[in-house]
Ligand binder design. Structure first.
Ligand code: FES
Length: 317
């Protein structure tokens, strides 16, 4: 991991947001303005236990004095959220990678419809905040398993036309296909939530014939298995190296082992830090970031999780 561009920020606040979920606020210890963030952006917390975890910002802007992220304590996680909930204390200094945005907002859309599930409410809230700043009032559907898990309710009501859904009270999950079918044909549709919700969203948008450029999703967990079959070579055009990728390895592993510095954080295709330009060859895309159109274009790839369909790749590294 490239750590040179990390910010050293102080955790200045922890606030209860919903069951098992807190809002964590980070600020520059010297009181400086933080790097700007667009709506939908996330930051990476580089934790003292060696884990790198990405969390969406609740607020965006160019003059941010603090970053606020929501973290749900997930007992079945690989340890990032548990560490944050159990070990981080107000006053701690944490390494933070500046904002990166894989979930950009189309600010001039005539209509925006935002679907949020659970902790996926955080980037949706950020987008709704931005749209309300632009004088727009988006439609927001926010789904939770129950009322105890509801997050950011007052903010969503302030920023848009918000409807809240609770699975236990409704007796079913959010009827996302019906809501998409009822949305304006020119609406930009956004979804962030657990995998089944994103799958249902994508299926419904396809079934309803929505244009690809109007569909926007943000995953916070890998949607596909990484490509680890190996058996191909990568040519690093700038470094002048040709490397073999053996079975069980990622391109990232092989490149790092050769001493080439590359940026990487999540290592599962959800953060975008390792995006690399492809000069030649056909990647086996496994990330959760590139759109189908971007995948087909084969101009870039995430080298932490994607492999090759051709016998070699030439990369801009
Ligand atoms: S390191 Fe996050 S997408 Fe590759």
């Amino acid at each position: 991991m490239e750590r040179g561009d990390l910010l050293k920020l102080r955790l200045v606040g922890i606030e209860y947001a919903g069951k098992d979920t807190n809002l964590y606020t980070f600020a520059d210890p010297a009181g400086g303005i933080l790097p700007a963030a667009d709506a939908g952006a996330h930051i990476s917390l580089e934790l003292p236990n060696g884990l790198s975890r990405q969390y969406s910002l609740v607020h965006a802007g160019t003059q941010l004095g603090k970053y606020v992220v929501g973290v749900k304590r997930a007992p079945d996680s690989r340890g990032g959220s548990i560490f944050i909930h159990d070990k981080l204390r107000v006053g701690d200094i944490v390494d933070v990678a500046p904002p990166l945005n894989n979930f950009p907002l189309v600010e001039d859309a005539a209509h925006s419809v935002l679907f949020a599930g659970g902790i996926g409410t955080t980037p949706i809230c950020c987008m709704a905040d931005r749209l309300s700043h632009l004088g727009k009032k988006p439609k927001i559907y926010a789904a939770f398993r129950n009322r105890e898990e509801q997050l950011l309710g007052p903010q969503l009501e302030q920023y848009g036309h918000a409807t809240f859904h609770f699975d236990d009270e409704a007796g079913h999950v959010l009827p996302i296909a019906d809501l998409i079918a009822a949305s304006p044909r020119d609406a930009h549709l956004y979804c962030c939530g657990p995998l089944p919700m994103i799958d249902a969203f994508l299926e419904a948008t396809r079934a309803d014939g929505r244009a690809e450029e109007c569909i926007h999703v943000e995953y916070f967990e890998a949607a596909e298995e990484s490509a680890t079959v190996g058996g191909y070579s990568v040519v690093l055009a700038r470094s002048g190296l040709t490397l073999q990728v053996p079975p069980g390895s990622s391109i990232l592993n092989v490149v790092q082992a050769a001493g080439v510095t590359v940026s990487a954080r999540c290592e599962e295709g959800v953060c975008g830090a390792c995006e690399t330009r492809v000069i030649e060859g056909i990647p086996d895309h496994r990330d959760s970031i590139l759109s189908p159109k971007e995948r087909k274009a084969n101009e870039t790839m995430m080298i932490c999780c994607s492999g090759a369909l051709s016998d070699h790749l030439v990369l801009d590294l």
